[in-house]
Design a protein around this ligand. Sequence first.
Ligand SMILES: Cc1ncc(COP(=O)(O)O)c(C=O)c1O
Length: 290
Amino acid sequence: MQLPSQIHQISYNGISLWIKRDDLIDPFISGNKWRKLKYILQDAASKNKKHLVTFGGAYSNHLLATAAAAAKFQLKATAFVRGEKVNNEMLTLCKIFGLQLHFTDRDSYKNKPALFQKHYGHDDEAYFIDEGGASYEATIGCAEIITELEEHFDHIFCAAGTGTTAAGLLKGINQLDLSTQLHVVPVLKGGDFIREEIAQYEQDLSNLHLHINYHFGGYAKTKTELIHFIRDFSAKTGILIDPIYTGKMFYAIRDLIEKEQIDKDAKILAIHTGGLFGILGKIVEFDKIF
Ligand SMILES: Cc1ncc(COP(=O)(O)O)c(C=O)c1O
């Protein structure tokens, strides 16, 4: 594990930016995934649980990270995968790491505690991990991104799906009483709900800014403009970003600076939350621009 994660300064089309390279923490338990799993796994170990049971879509970064972490720590792992049976590169990797998959129709998938109870209620070693690792423990791990920082940043940016990572970052900022502003870019449509998600874990939202117009059509949706941006950014900086999460965040940073909503001379830190295998699900979209 590469911890504390490195910070790289880059210059992209006249924008100067610092990037916290959580993507380099581990090839598979990458980005916010290790931050989230660290205290979840500690909690599981303290309760003598040896079987991780979790949930996700067919291209979930969380499933891959859980599979790799379970293998690393000699735990059993099972995932309920949303929707009909499919195969893809991400699930192949999960299976190589020993993850057991249960494809689950979308209706049953909605009630995760019920699924857990029905299938593993009898298993004393089974440990429930919510979709995306969303939990209080995950926020504690994500807050450590802030405590690792050795210098001040005016603005910190992160992408949001469930809002857990953002909640942890805000917790870290508030605990240290920093004036740093946290900018959250939801990758889903209607991302205003992220504010309530964050508020479950962290009451003081005064340093929080949501930028809800960078979803590009919704979760896992892309547009050619985003694909072009990702190619341009990666080719000019040597830092690979993905179309589901970090691509949308970096696009937002550039756009907000261009629109002068963020001062380009401010000190800006972007959290690279990993998720690079998400590119595998968008090969067709990338092929269109080459
Ligand atoms: C690569 C990546 N970045 C960001 C996020 C968003 O994290 P959160 O669900 O904590 O908002 C996720 C999803 O979990 C992710 O896989």
